[in-house]
Design a protein around this ligand. Structure first.
Ligand code: TYM
Length: 325
């Protein structure tokens, strides 16, 4: 296995959607064999929104099962639940001491989310825990969607500040890794990113055929599909098509667009068929995995054990570099 480290995380805050998949998880699956990869279901981050005790517990296992159904192989990558590895919270505290209120106040996600979730200390300090997640594994790269870029830049700043205080390069400065679908837009509003919390915005990976059809049929397409400058809405539909359809289909629709005879209705019908066909095997695998809670908990336990080894080693190094032991 390669020694190059990679880390990424996802909140168990509801069903995974196509935006999460295309923006981040698809890359996780691709990179898991060439990198020493760590993927975490970040339940401490999800607690910030106080989702309810039962929901958080269930969604954590749902998310774990879905990541495996999509293609994360727990034998290849280290797949674990954040709260199972206490070093995350401990390093987050230490990193808080190297983060200013000014830096945290500039985070756009805090500004947006505090309107609905309230101004809790947890939401304010959320990016510090995220920085700790990454730094514990000394990850060089972090495959994410572009909404996480600001958090990643802050993580780099916190690492620099801690290293400078310690007087040595104790932690690695992580870099984001983006792919070309790093920002999938909402189907009902191409100005906003696809998100699980807004109805009509996302295609969930567990959506039924009817739900997929409804969301795609209602997708906003207000401009001429054959315009020489394709709208954001059209580009978004093409990005989805390129991820779920075969090469001939993609080429056919691209030709129709260039030739000036593309019809939205035809594109949408094709998308419905291909998204449903793409989701079907994932949903079947998910159902089987999710039904066996014992096996899932065993994967969870083994993942935490593997993560713990690296995390506690890094934490010890940080503590001794800072005079904490
Ligand atoms: P979360 O749970 O909101 O999303 C998981 C991943 O999906 C990406 N994503 C998208 N990509 C493209 N288009 C979209 N519409 C879209 N919506 C979501 C996100 O960018 C993310 O990569 N704070 C993180 C979780 C986290 C984390 C970390 C990530 C905690 N610690 C350490 C990386 C490293 C979050 O809320 O992701």
């Amino acid at each position: 296995m390669s020694e190059k480290r990679l880390f990424s995380g996802i909140q168990p805050s509801g069903p995974i959607h196509l935006g999460n998949y295309l923006g981040a998880i698809k890359q996780w699956v691709e990179y898991q064999h060439d990198w020493d990869a760590y993927f975490s279901v970040v339940d401490l981050h999800a607690l910030v929104a106080r989702p309810g005790v039962k929901d958080l517990r269930e969604r954590t296992l749902d998310t774990l099962a879905m990541l495996i159904a999509i293609g994360i192989d727990p034998k290849s990558a280290t797949l674990f639940v954040q709260s199972d590895v206490p070093a995350h919270s401990e390093l987050a505290w230490i990193m808080n001491c190297f983060t200013s209120i000014g830096q945290l106040s500039r985070m756009t996600q805090y500004k947006e989310k505090s309107e609905t979730q309230g101004e809790t200390a947890g939401l304010f300090n959320y990016p510090v825990l995220q920085a700790a997640d990454i730094a514990l594994y000394n990850a060089e790269v972090v495959p994410v969607g572009d909404d996480q870029l600001q958090h990643l830049e802050l993580a780099r700043e916190i690492v620099r500040s801690l290293n400078s205080y310690a007087g040595k390069e104790i932690l690695v400065e992580p870099k984001p890794l983006l792919n070309k679908s790093s920002r999938i837009m909402a189907l009902n509003n191409p100005e906003k990113k696809m998100s699980k919390s807004v109805s009509g915005s996302a295609i969930g990976l567990l959506d039924s055929e009817d739900e997929v059809a409804r969301v795609i049929k209602r997708a906003v397409t207000d401009s001429d599909p054959n315009s020489s400058t394709p709208s954001g809405a059209l580009k978004n539909l093409f990005t989805i098509l390129e991820s779920v359809s075969d090469v001939q289909t993609i080429a056919k629709f691209e030709e129709m667009r260039v030739g000036g005879h593309l019809r939205y209705s035809e594109l949408k019908e094709q998308l419905i068929d291909d998204v449903v066909a793409f989701l079907r095997p994932i949903q079947q695998t998910y159902k089987t995995l999710r039904a066996d809670t014992g096996a899932l908990n065993e994967i969870r336990l083994q993942g935490a054990k593997k993560a713990e080894v690296v995390a506690s080693d890094t934490l010890q190094k940080v503590k001794s570099a800072l005079g904490l032991n």
